[in-house]
Design a protein around this ligand. Sequence first.
Ligand SMILES: C[S@@+](CC[C@H](N)C(=O)[O-])C[C@H]1O[C@@H](n2cnc3c(N)ncnc32)[C@H](O)[C@@H]1O
Length: 250
Amino acid sequence: MANLLSTVFFGLLNKDQFVQGIQQAINQISGGPDKGIYAGDNLFTYHRNLSFLEDQALMKAYAAHAKTPVEQAILWRISTVLWGVRNGLRLEGDFVECACYKGTTVRMICDAVNFSEQADRHYYLYDLFEHDPSMAHHAMPEHGAELYAAVKERFSDCPNVTVTQGRVPDVLADVAPNKIAFMHLDLNNAEAEIGALEVLFDRMVPGAVLVLDDYGWMAYRPQKLAEDPWFEKRGYRVLELPTGQGLVIK
Ligand SMILES: C[S@@+](CC[C@H](N)C(=O)[O-])C[C@H]1O[C@@H](n2cnc3c(N)ncnc32)[C@H](O)[C@@H]1O
């Protein structure tokens, strides 16, 4: 596969017309069938190497676990997370995702790096799992009383993955690593992300990668507006990636 073609785009007025426009644009791109096109997740590129499509470990995990159109459309984002995790495996410390929802991203990562065989490494996943309408994040389709157990079951073959139900940052007082080699924040919630950073950023080891899933998305602009001054105070700047993610190297 040297193209990724999805019709998952967010924030459209008329999806059919938008997709027709993308198709017309694709028709005007020179070259054979492999045009290096990534269409989806509000990205449209062509004549790109899209190196992650040649990453056999990632593509095997993606085929096994990316089941919904959104999960399939966000491969570029997942490849960023995988890059950060692989970097973390060269460092000391554990791995963190706040929050994991169904656990799909980390499931792919665990497969791609054989995480269950990294006996001295631990992956900590957090989520509320049930939607709380008093909180700033939006409900997602699989939120509910069954989700926590389902995610624990999804990682039952990985004894070094700990799934914790609770509100970030409060729950971090009960369960959290002391040294962090990689962290992924994906809370759709500025206050919770700043709370997580307050507790966990100092625990990231030098060279550890932090991925902020929502940083570049206009719909989540309050997160960027809260995070920019937070990082500036500490001498860091966030790199906004074309995927909509933000990237910081400790
Ligand atoms: C976009 S989803 C995470 C997707 C996941 N990272 C993935 O890649 O598959 C966002 C999740 O954040 C969780 N969430 C939002 N605020 C939270 C908080 N304060 N504490 C714990 N979880 C929270 C929601 O329950 C939701 O499941």
